[in-house]
Design a protein around this ligand. Structure first.
Ligand code: ATP
Ligand code: MG
Length: 579
């Protein structure tokens, strides 16, 4: 029930009770007064009649008594009767002549009997003659001609009833007015008293809905004002806490969103409650993952299982292969939470794996490349011990040993060069390099071998080409390109070495008319140990380091190397270096 209704109800109930009690008391009093008034009137009337009869000096017989009694009765507005000591009715204000003579003796009437015996008598009786209740009072006459007889007065009770109903009506009207006033006052009071409570309720409602600026303004100076102050204080404390929690959440969100690791948190029901951008990227999620299960959101059974296991078993470490949206390898570290959920962190280890694979390949490649000449050397070593007396054979073996050693030392030199070029922070020497002279030197050193193989070697070298750099590295890079051309272009082909200046750069080009390089291999020929066709490379003795060195030399000088080739139409390598 509403407070207002309760206050109102209580007030009205109280009003009704007070009004009813007061009404009953007043009514009782009024009725008693009416009774007493009538009785007083009756007593006075009776007293006057009795003393008049006791002092009677006129004639005793004849109509005189009846006349006097009638006159008294009219004045007193009552019925008067005079009864003789033997009960005979001597006079009656209501009866005359023959009726009086015929009336039965009244000696048996209660009030008469009582008066004759004790001097006073009273009774209330229904009068058949008048058809109403009558109040009778009788008194014994102590002197005069009718001494021993009784004077009696009768008044209809309707007088009392009329007085009662008059009083009742007045009281009822008063009660109605009182009740109406109570209703209005009660309504106003209930409204006035419940107003601050309604305001408190409204403010509490707004707070619940998240409006933390809501404040109650109550100045009733009582407990409700204190309650409002308490509510306001609680609201501002809550506001501070919410603000703190919000900034903490924002911070956490910023950290989560900034992480490269994918993060997912599930609740005890196995549904995702938190995820970050990295996770969405890794698993190619559209929309938010929150509210979904890991399998629905991540669409990867392995990951979803691991998360579920962690929620049950505590900690799970696993490596998961993703095929969508990209082929990646991610490591998952998932830990169960005390709340029954789990937190999982995905780390993309694809690059780490690739580096690891490159390192493994590199070791395998180097070992393989060194093993081949070593095996040859040890084979020839044995052959040498068996052929000590054959000088021709010895010279042959010595030649092989020399060539294989040279190959090994070239390989080791290339490896050392590469590792130096690749080492972090490597800076090439910066000296003035005469590119024209350098290009001519390389051309000169390869001209004989080209000719031996039946190739034409052309040069188109501009004069006065200069740049800042490491002469030895640049020369090695150009030589590697020329060596490849001489090595891979079949007899009868052409090789050209060009050097020219560009705006702010110098370009060195080695082009040929050989078989060229297949398109699918072109992006990879600059990788270490990469050879287009293993068989072909092996017969020509390459290890696949030449172009890797070229690329690094160009890059450490702030330049680049480009390859333009179509199968069967030769290859064109172009180094561009800033001048
Ligand atoms: N001018 C070219 N014509 C055709 N193929 C070429 C040419 N230059 C390079 N290649 C191909 O690119 C591969 C890589 O060349 P790279 O110079 O790096 O290694 P290599 O010549 O095999 O060995 P290395 O130079 O270390 O002795 C070669 O094995 C060859 O298959
Ligand atoms: Mg080479």
């Amino acid at each position: 029930m509403r407070i207002r209704t309760r206050i109102f109800g209580t007030y009205i109930a109280l009003g009704v009770v007070v009004l009813a009690a007061a009404g009953a008391l007043i009514f009782d009093r009024v009725r008693d007064e009416a009774h007493e008034g009538i009785e007083a009137r009756v007593d006075t009337g009776l007293g006057v009649v009795a003393s008049a009869l006791e002092r009677w000096e006129g004639e005793v017989d004849g109509g005189r008594l009846d006349e006097v009694v009638d006159a008294f009765a009219e004045a007193a507005e009552a019925r008067l009767t005079v009864v003789a000591a033997d009960g005979t009715v001597l006079a009656d204000s209501e009866l005359d002549g023959s009726a009086l003579a015929a009336v039965e003796p009244h000696g048996g009437r209660a009030e008469v009997r009582q008066a004759i015996a004790t001097g006073e008598g009273a009774s209330v009786r229904y009068s058949r003659t008048l058809g109403v209740d009558l109040l009778y009072r009788a008194r014994r006459l102590e002197a005069g001609p009718w001494s021993g007889g009784v004077a009696r007065i009768a008044l209809p009770m309707t007088r009392v009833a009329a007085a009662e109903s008059h009083a009742r009506n007045a009281l009822l009207a008063l009660a109605a007015v009182g009740l109406a006033l109570t209703l209005v006052a009660g309504g106003l009071l209930a409204r006035y008293l419940s107003r601050p409570i309604r305001e408190l309720r409204a403010v509490a409602g707004r707070l619940t809905e998240g409006d933390l600026d809501a404040r109650a303004r109550i100045d009733t100076g009582d407990e409700l004002e204190e309650l409002a102050a308490g509510l306001n204080a609680a609201a501002s404390a809550l506001g501070h806490q919410v603000l703190g929690a919000r900034s903490e959440r924002d911070q956490l969100e910023a950290v989560l969103e900034g992480m490269v690791e994918g993060v997912v948190v599930t609740d005890s029901g196995g549904r995702i409650t938190l995820s970050n951008a990295a996770l969405r990227r890794m698993f190619g999620l559209e929309g938010s993952a929150e509210g979904r299960t890991p399998i629905e959101a991540l669409r990867n059974a392995e990951a979803a299982d691991a998360i579920q296991d962690a929620a049950r078993a505590g900690v799970v470490e696993s490596e998961i292969r993703l095929t969508w949206p990209l082929v990646r390898t991610v490591s998952l570290h998932a830990a169960g939470l005390q709340t029954g959920g789990c937190v999982g962190v995905f780390h993309d280890v694809t690059d780490r794996e690739r580096v690891e694979a490159i390192r493994r390949d590199f070791v395998a490649n180097v070992s393989h490349e060194l093993q081949t000449p070593l095996a040859t050397l040890s084979g020839y070593g044995e052959a040498l011990s068996a052929a000590t007396d054959d000088p021709g054979r010895v010279a042959e073996i010595a030649d092989v040993v020399r060539r294989q050693s040279a190959r090994m030392s070239a390989l080791i030199r290339d490896l050392l060069d590469l590792s130096r070029l690749e080492s972090e922070g490597f800076e090439p020497e910066r000296a003035e390099v005469d590119v024209e002279a350098l290009a001519r030197e390389v051309a000169d050193s390869w001209i004989d071998r080209a000719r031996e193989k039946g190739l034409r070697l052309e040069t188109r070298i501009e004069s006065a080409l200069n740049l800042q750099g490491d002469r030895r590295l640049l020369q090695q890079a150009l030589a590697n390109l020329v060596e490849n051309a001489v090595k891979y272009v079949p007899a009868g082909g052409d090789v050209a070495i060009e050097a020219r200046s560009l705006p702010d750069a110098v370009e060195l080009v080695v082009s040929d008319t050989g078989e060229g390089i297949p398109r699918e291999d072109q992006p990879r020929v600059f990788e270490r140990f990469y050879r287009v066709e293993k068989g072909r490379a092996r017969t020509r003795g390459g290890t696949g380091l030449g172009l890797a060195i070229v690329k690094h030399v160009a890059e450490v000088h702030g330049g680049r190397v480009e390859l333009d080739s179509a199968p069967g139409r030769g290859a064109r390598f172009r180094i561009v270096l800033p001048s």
